[in-house]
Design a binder for this molecule. Structure first.
Ligand code: NAD
Ligand code: 3PG
Length: 387
């Protein structure tokens, strides 16, 4: 029986994919797997029982990735599963920033008792007029799952789209419309674009990447959209620039005391992925990842260990070894197994940064004393007996 804990509510359509071999538990300390959305995990005590964490979503800045790796806990996310939900809200953000839709709605509510509201509205509507997005320049910073969808949809909306991503994946490049202009110097986006939207992960290297200097290059009419993470933007500098009329609007999906209520800021309460479709997609992908890892030892879509798959286990034994990415590890395993008279039928070993994963199919189930030897090998973080 496998036990899992949900640190946030996770869509039922995903949890229903757990078989009767799985039991939901109320406490993380009792779980082998955890499912999480944005709950902060940095200060949580991670129990020794925990094997896997699946982030039902994209951003993993709420999870201590290295601490998990050191404890042999594989962290997954669900790339692309909520991208369409975010893309649609980015366009809502562009429209809210371009036309005073909110002001217009508020005016209607304030005048709901006016019998002549239809007539008055025709006189007042000039106060809520705006501009169109068609024909304007959009800069997309980060062309991953979300950035590509935003860029392609903007082309269909008649925008001139500039795309910047020095690390773009081959898959994303294939999906990107050929009409998107490839930008190699992000300053071209800051200087020339009417709308700038950011879709990069929050990392040490991207923190405050929209800096005061970047903001100073922007047009006074610029509209900046942040549906990625608030810490990507120097928001103090942004609020100052808005107050001084140096940029026009800042749309953010991450409320905080700097931006909510500040002049020119339009803030939503982290709604990007809060659609039925995105929540279902993320939950389904997260549960599949956890099951494939716990039942078969396969790693797909991990953010702290390499992906490594050998399908379902068809041999008498299978073990997975999470270890440091240092030389000589495989020969230590083959020696221990060979000395125990165990034949290796198949093997895969992959590495990612400081960490690596070996999956071994064996002609017999590994006895406890051999598992102990493997576990006690210098550089091994965790050994799992899968069958
Ligand atoms: N508002 C929401 O509800 C919501 C929902 C989903 C994701 N997000 C946020 O959006 C981010 C992006 O999501 P995604 O699904 O597109 O992720 P993704 O991993 O598919 O794409 C991120 C892209 O950013 C690029 N990148 C990294 N560093 C860069 C840099 N310095 N300059 C330019 N590009 C850079 C990468 O190459 C990659 O192509 C997530 O990390 C998360 O923080 C927010
Ligand atoms: O990174 C993400 O996937 C988003 O920020 C969504 O977060 P949520 O699952 O808490 O809505």
């Amino acid at each position: 029986m496998f036990k899992y804990n949900c640190l946030n509510p996770i869509a039922a359509v995903g949890l229903d994919l757990f078989s009767d071999q799985y039991e939901k538990v109320d406490e993380l300390k009792d779980a082998q797997a955890a499912l999480v959305r944005s709950a902060a995990m940095h200060d949580l005590e991670l129990p020794d029982t925990l094997e896997a964490v699946a982030r039902a979503g994209a951003g993993v800045n709420n999870i201590p990735l290295d601490k998990c790796a050191e404890k042999g806990i594989v962290v997954f996310n669900t790339p692309g599963a909520n991208a369409n939900g975010v893309k649609e809200l980015v366009f809502a953000g562009m429209l809210y920033a371009s036309r005073d839709i909110v002001g217009g709605i508020e005016w209607c509510l304030e005048n709901q008792n006016d019998e002549n509201i239809a007539k008055t509205a025709e006189k007042q509507k000039k106060n809520f007029a705006g501009t169109e997005i068609s024909g304007k320049k959009l800069g997309v910073i980060g062309l991953g799952a979300i950035g590509v969808l935003v860029a392609n949809a903007a082309i269909h909306m008649g925008m001139e789209v500039y795309g910047y991503d020095p690390y773009i994946s081959v898959a994303a490049a294939w999906n990107l419309s050929r009409s998107v202009k490839h930008i190699s110097n992000v300053e071209d986006i800051y200087r020339e674009c009417d709308y700038i939207t950011i879709h990069v992960p929050l990392l040490d290297s991207t923190k405050k990447m929209i800096s005061a200097d970047a903001i100073a290059m922007m047009k006074p009419t610029a509209i900046i959209l942040n549906f990625a993470r608030d810490l990507l933007v120097d928001e103090e500098a942004m609020v100052d620039a808005l107050a001084a009329g140096k940029v026009h609007k800042y749309v953010s999906d991450f409320p905080n005391t700097t931006t909510v209520g500040a002049k020119g800021c339009i803030v939503t309460p982290h709604l990007g992925a809060s659609t039925a479709e995105s929540e279902d997609n993320c939950a389904i992908m997260a549960v599949r990842e956890i099951r494939d890892y716990l039942e078969n030892g396969n790693i797909v879509h991990s953010v702290n260990f390499p992906d490594c798959s050998m399908g379902a286990c068809t041999t008498a034994g299978r073990i997975g070894i999470l270890h440091r990415n240092v030389k000589g590890m495989l020969s230590l395993y083959t020696t221990i197994l060979g000395d125990a008279g165990i034949n290796i039928d198949g093997m895969a070993n992959k590495s990612k940064g400081d960490y690596a994963y070996a999956l071994l199919d064996l002609d017999t189930s590994v006895p406890e004393n051999v598992l102990e030897k493997l576990k006690n090998t210098e550089g091994v973080l965790k050994v799992r007996k899968i069958c």
